[in-house]
Ligand binder design. Structure first.
Ligand SMILES: [Zn+2]
Length: 52
């Protein structure tokens, strides 16, 4: 499920930028930041707890 910068993360995990594949770690309840290259659209979240 895609996510965008400015949205609240519903779960802790790593988002990968849809444009440059940069990884951004977010904690549940935090606002999703822009990627280091300034993009705001993310693809699938990975590394969710319980999936390791
Ligand atoms: Zn990016």
């Amino acid at each position: 499920m895609a996510a965008h910068a400015g949205e609240k993360a519903q779960k802790t995990g790593d988002f990968y930028c849809a444009h440059c594949d940069e990884k951004v770690h977010v904690t549940a309840g935090d606002t999703i930041p822009k990627c280091p290259n300034g993009h705001s659209e993310y693809g699938t979240r990975r590394n969710e707890p319980g999936n390791a």
